[in-house]
Design a protein around this ligand. Structure first.
Ligand code: HAM
Length: 413
């Protein structure tokens, strides 16, 4: 047997696991800051949990779910997304007694898609949800949270926020009918994929990437002309606050999202640097979904981001482990080295030393690891009882007594 991994799956090690852990710790930090509680669900559920809410005609349900029959004939599915399992867990564990419920989770999802850069069959998602509030401030909070997390992990120039509103579910239902009628008149010019969606999922034709579909969609009835006053106002409030907060966004009327449960606000953070897999993070409102799944008639909103997609866009400086390296020129100064090692450990400052008594090799390791500082121990440092800190970005050097090192590093970070 030839040993190999399953297509579309990948092992995490080296830089990839460092990035994963950095993403994980960033999510933990921001979830605490924003009072979200973690909720982990099993990786498989009864299949019926997904098929209706995600849309019988959605790509995920039609082509991508890993579904299997258990020995007792129960139909089970590896979770393709986190929102429906989160809601299932909130209902079955009676978590909806006190609202709003603010929950988050991180973990693997499974979709049988064609693997390519940024698209896998097992991938990891970060997922945040607020159940039980229809205040626009909940929408805003989630968008800001998404922005804060992304901005900590990847350069802001890498992504753009796109937002849209789909109106109430009734608005959307009527709008879909109008769209089906419009597209059916243009059927001969549509791509094969879009032809199949005319009646089942006409909204998806709007975000088709085929040239012909795009030009036909440009003249299609506009969602904005088919929306009730309240969701329109709700959307205006969000836009106004985003402007006040100086968060750049692009109002994209073709943004519809791929799953059926959305209504009202939808949003995506897109990048130009991931080829066709250009969405890093996506979400929106799903008022009505909780009731459909057997819970109370309360609204909900959330988002999910793909960890692998964020990871591709991360720069080394954003996930390197030890920003402080040590370099010593000779074994004769070992006692001075041990002094600083003990000091750094006592003060919980992480550091790296390559066990070499060789400046050149230690400095070159520090450079290749993108270290921020190197503490240098040479003859003068040993004789005069101080340490030299070299900042690699500027090559600036500062001479410090051991007790000054902690403050120096903290002030600079
Ligand atoms: P989604 O747009 O299907 O939404 O997925 C969210 C994110 O997961 C995508 O933007 C992408 O970064 C990542 N992703 C999706 N499929 C793959 C794949 N095959 N390989 C790698 N990454 C992938 C949802 O899943 C909704 N549940 C989001 C949500 C939460 N809406 C409300 N609450």
């Amino acid at each position: 047997m030839k040993l190999r991994s399953v297509r579309g799956t990948h092992d995490l090690f080296g830089d990839e696991i460092l990035k994963f852990n950095k993403i994980y710790s960033t999510v933990m930090k921001f979830s605490k800051l924003n009072s979200f509680n973690e909720l982990q669900t099993p990786i498989f559920e009864f299949s019926e949990l997904f098929s209706k809410p995600l849309g019988e005609e959605s790509d995920v349900v039609l082509k991508e779910m890993y579904t299997f029959s258990d020995r007792n004939k129960d139909l089970l599915t590896l979770r393709p997304e986190y929102t429906t399992p989160m809601i299932r867990a909130a209902i079955t564990n009676n978590l909806l007694n006190e609202l709003p419920l603010k929950i988050f989770g991180i973990g693997p999802m499974f979709r049988r898609e064609r693997p390519q850069k940024g698209r896998y069959r097992q991938f990891n998602q970060i997922n945040f949800e607020i159940l039980g509030s229809n205040d626009f401030i909940a929408d805003l909070e989630l968008i800001i949270l998404a922005n804060d997390i992304l901005k900590t992990l990847i350069p802001e120039t890498e992504y753009v926020l796109n937002i849209n509103t789909l109106g109430y579910r009734d608005d959307l239902f009527k709008y879909k009918e109008k769209l089906s009628k419009y597209f059916s008149q243009k059927i001969t010019k549509l791509s094969e994929e879009s032809k199949k969606r005319i009646y089942s999922n006409p909204l998806r034709i709007l975000d088709s990437k085929q040239e012909n579909d795009i030009s036909i969609s440009n003249n299609a009835p506009k969602i904005q002309d088919n929306i009730s006053i309240e969701p329109k106002q709700h959307f205006e409030e969000i836009k106004k606050e985003l402007k006040n907060l100086n968060i750049d966004f692009n109002e994209n009327h073709n943004l519809v999202r791929g799953l059926d449960y959305y209504c009202s606000t939808v949003f995506e953070f897109k990048t130009a640097n991931l080829g066709s897999q250009d969405t890093i993070l996506g979400g929106g409102r799903y008022d009505g979904l909780i009731k459909t799944l057997g819970g109370p008639d309360i609204p909900g909103i959330g988002w999910a981001a793909g960890i692998e997609r964020i990871s591709i866009l991360m720069k080394k400086t954003q996930y390197g482990i030890s920003k402080l390296h040590l370099a010593i020129s000779d074994e004769k100064f070992k006692n001075h080295l041990l002094k600083i090692i003990n000091y750094l450990k006592e003060n919980h400052i992480s550091f790296y030393w390559n066990y070499k008594y060789n400046f050149k090799r230690s400095l070159s390791k520090a450079n290749s690891d993108n270290a921020k500082y190197v503490i240098i121990i040479g003859e003068r440092e040993f004789n005069e009882d101080f340490f030299t800190i070299k900042e690699l970005s500027s090559t600036k050097q500062t001479e410090l007594k051991i007790s000054q090192i902690k403050n120096f590093i903290n002030d600079k970070s």
